[in-house]
Design a protein around this ligand. Structure first.
Ligand code: AMP
Ligand code: MG
Length: 535
């Protein structure tokens, strides 16, 4: 035996595919679009692609899977995670789910272009499901092609990892691979289809189960299956709750409410707008899932949504996310009602969402302002006035909070001197009228007094603020610049942003250009300010 021969980490991956082992499979195995009844998933193979090419991979996610950089840089890896080859132990499948889309029940949706490869059991005993997005048709593809384009895949890949490093619960992304195939997309559904490079992202999460996975069974009256999936989910993903029982069902739902509230508080903290909070895009684990037409607030505007498909109603605008999550939890409560058959305890559990969100939001606001605690009797007013000020003139949310930490806490200073550190946050200097400056000056003086009551020394206040107010986020135009380059075959900016966003709270000298406000050219450019579901 030659001891020089290295075994690849890929060959050492151990798969323990609990979902497909313990839940009923679709008996039909042909890959045809159809309604799938009485099953949680359908076995399906990825569609092979002609010329897969690695664009980027996340070394932290690789580490979760006990993979080394050299494993990820191998040709084998590219073939496997483009969908051309299965590793021993992989057994690929698409899951069945339904959902409310924009408030209306849409029936069966399912993994239309997501193919699960299996569950890795890592050395720490954790299960991580691997899922390819864009690897071809499944029985759930409806009228679409099962594919994804490079543009949307870059966005999903970078944002998953950026969110993780921001401390926001999220599904992860292992790799981004070009397929070498062209995919036709009409980006704005306006009769201008064009070929775009195809790509596949490998997503990674403890589970990809959505609210909609439960809803579909209740909607169809498949209550036995509903119970099986709930019991399975509790045992696999919530083992600390103990064996399923009526009580445990309620505790489980309460925990989902709590986790969802915590996730939404984080979104509001960093200025993330999901864009399509349909119930099929809500993770049962409280993870941010399905990065489509999402966006980051540039100027603070609670009415903003990046999703042009939702432009008229703005159902999923930034300021509505907390209420929409609550509505979605109500749909999940309806779905599991047949297992509980009592309204009252479900009602109580769902109130946990409101309480958790309210408390979490207050703590988050206090954190962003550098206060040791949120005191509603003073801080409700202080914060409300700030949010009005942020909207009266175009103000970059990320820069504003970051610079707020730099204020000189001296009420003897002139208004002009006090507000000097904030000037970088304003998009249109002409909007800063005398009236506005006077109002902002007043607010800053109130803020300084409030900080003095709070009693945090200045260095501590700055450090704590800088730990929750990121300097670097995946600004919409930055993602678009990385996409423009990647479409020309230059992947450097994708990798540069991946690296930058690993440390969103650090100053990162030399990288300041990525913390600047959106340039004027990006204001109306598709991809920078407007996105659609076409991906
Ligand atoms: P979304 O709104 O993107 O979360 O997708 C809603 C449903 O449409 C899900 O069931 C997706 O799997 C499916 N879907 C979205 N895009 C495609 C596509 N290109 N091919 C097949 N199914 C898709
Ligand atoms: Mg989705």
């Amino acid at each position: 035996m030659n001891s020089q021969i290295k075994t690849s980490g890929l060959d050492n991956l151990i798969f323990d595919n609990r979902f497909i082992r313990e839940l009923p499979a679709d008996p039909q195995t042909t890959n045809q679009r159809r309604q799938v009844f009485g099953s949680c998933y359908s076995r399906v193979l990825s569609t092979p692609v002609s010329k897969p090419q690695m664009v980027a991979y996340s070394r932290e996610v690789a580490e979760l899977l006990d993979l080394k950089p050299e494993d990820c840089e191998s040709d084998d890896f590219t073939q496997v995670f483009a969908g051309n080859r299965l590793l021993p132990g992989m057994d690929s499948y698409a899951t069945c789910y339904g959902g409310h889309q924009f408030g209306n029940w849409a029936g069966q949706l399912g993994d239309g272009r997501a193919i699960n490869l299996g569950e890795v059991l890592n050395r720490r005993g954790e299960h991580w499901t691997l899922q390819l997005k864009g690897a071809g048709e499944t029985p759930y593809s409806r009228t679409a092609d099962g594919l994804a384009v490079l543009r949307s895949s870059v966005r999903e890949f970078l944002c998953s990892e950026a969110m993780y490093h921001l401390g926001v619960p999220t599904t992860r992304a292992l790799s981004l691979i070009l397929t070498g195939e062209e995919v036709i997309r009409d980006m704005f559904y306006n009769g201008n289809p064009r070929p775009e490079p195809g790509a596949v992202v490998c997503r990674v999460a403890p589970s990809f189960t959505r609210f909609g996975n439960f809803q579909i069974f209740t909607a169809r009256g498949e209550l036995e299956l509903l119970k099986r999936l709930v019991d399975y989910t509790i045992r696999a993903d919530f083992p600390h709750l103990g064996e399923p029982s009526l009580d445990v069902y309620l505790q489980w739902f309460e925990e989902i409410c709590r986790r969802t509230a915590e996730m939404i508080v984080h979104w509001q903290r960093v200025g993330f707008v999901h864009g399509v909070m349909n119930t099929d895009n809500m993770s049962i684990l409280g993870l941010t899932i399905d990065y489509g037409p999402y966006g980051w607030l540039e100027n603070y505007d609670p009415n903003w949504t990046p999703n042009t498909t939702d432009a008229a109603e703005r159902r999923y605008r930034f300021g509505s996310q907390p209420q929409i999550a609550f509505w979605n939890l109500g749909q999940l409560a309806n779905a599991i009602y047949p297992l509980i058959e009592q309204v009252e305890p479900l009602q109580q559990a769902i109130n946990v969402y409101k309480e958790t969100f309210e408390r979490g939001w207050q703590t988050m606001v206090a954190g962003k302002l550098g206060l040791n605690v949120y005191d509603p009797s003073i801080d409700d007013e202080l914060n409300t006035e700030l949010l009005i000020l942020l909207q009266l003139v175009e103000t970059d949310m990320t820069i504003f909070y970051r610079k707020l930490a730099m204020l000189d806490m001296d009420v003897e200073l002139s208004d002009q001197a006090l507000m000097a550190p904030l000037m970088d946050a304003y998009y249109v200097p002409e909007q800063l009228t005398d009236d506005y400056r006077a109002r902002l000056g007043l607010w800053i003086r109130r803020y300084i007094k409030r900080v003095q009551i709070s009693g945090l020394p200045d260095v501590e206040r700055r450090n704590s603020m800088n730990a929750v107010n990121p300097k670097y986020v995946l600004r919409n135009y930055l993602a678009q610049l990385a996409i423009d380059k990647a479409e020309q075959g230059d992947f450097s900016m994708v990798n540069e942003l991946l690296e930058l966003l690993r440390h969103p709270y650090d100053e990162q000298p030399g990288k300041e250009e990525f913390a600047l406000k959106r340039p004027d050219w990006a204001r109306q450019r598709p991809g920078c300010s407007m996105l659609s579901c076409s991906s």
